[in-house]
Design a protein around this ligand. Sequence first.
Ligand SMILES: C[S@@+](CC[C@H](N)C(=O)[O-])C[C@H]1O[C@@H](n2cnc3c(N)ncnc32)[C@H](O)[C@@H]1O
Length: 287
Amino acid sequence: MTAPDESRDPDGLIRRAKRGNPEFDQHFLVDDRVLDRIPNYLPEGADRSHLLEIGGGTGALTDRLLDAVPEDGHVSVVERDPDLVSFLRKEFADEIEAGDLTVIAGDALEVDLPAFTASVSNLPYGASSEIAFDLLPRKRPLVLMFQREFAERMVAEAGDDDYGRLSVSARHYADVELVEHVPAEAFDPQPRVESAVVRCTPRDPEYEVSDEAFFLRFVKALFTQRRKTMRNAVRNTGHISGLEDPDAVVAAADESLMSKRAGNVTPAEFAALARLAIRVDPGVGGE
Ligand SMILES: C[S@@+](CC[C@H](N)C(=O)[O-])C[C@H]1O[C@@H](n2cnc3c(N)ncnc32)[C@H](O)[C@@H]1O
């Protein structure tokens, strides 16, 4: 592993790779201070023995991750662009030869991911939601860079303007915190939007759900009608949630909950309603 003061220069990597195509979600981090900070956002005590990076690009973050793993640790990096894969394999030939780094060629949503202990990634914006929701259920610590608006929706709480399906679904798997806003100037080429880094610390939710898939589908359905009361949202979205008898769920549910809007309902309240629906609705398991 290289010492931190020997980190590769991110601008030099871009020049050597001759890459950086915004159409391929290629915005490379060039701000050394941001690059240095990102691995340190891993939760204290996180197992760093096998770090996974999705979207290696020209390797500026990969280089920092090689410094962040313990002596016998490993970094795996997935990259979809075949030219960047060739570049990474050449640039990091010594680390690959030493068994410290594996470069996996392909789409992160299609390749078999290795058994990583934590992931630190500057995600391709076009696929960030799918990749995050592929990683979150694996219950490993994650430090992920997103578009700022996406990150803010992810960490929003009930009652916040940005609170929605994304906030409830992400929190189902982990504690999520926005740890740093990153301006467009930190990248080359610069994206049109700002970015933000989110730390996800896995934990079990503080509520029970007997059918996770139904819970997540129900939350998704209810937020499609976020301006309506929960009463109407439950009734109008059976085609999405799978409820066969939404009226029975409304009748059995607490009156005050049915009068709220989804944006003011906590994850625990959604979970209690999902458990109730499973008891009373034949479409999702009840009678
Ligand atoms: C935002 S750049 C980050 C690059 C580098 N990690 C950095 O921080 O400078 C995202 C990278 O992901 C790659 N990429 C885009 N879609 C991908 C996918 N579905 N699977 C794997 N890599 C992908 C792009 O080619 C690009 O190199």
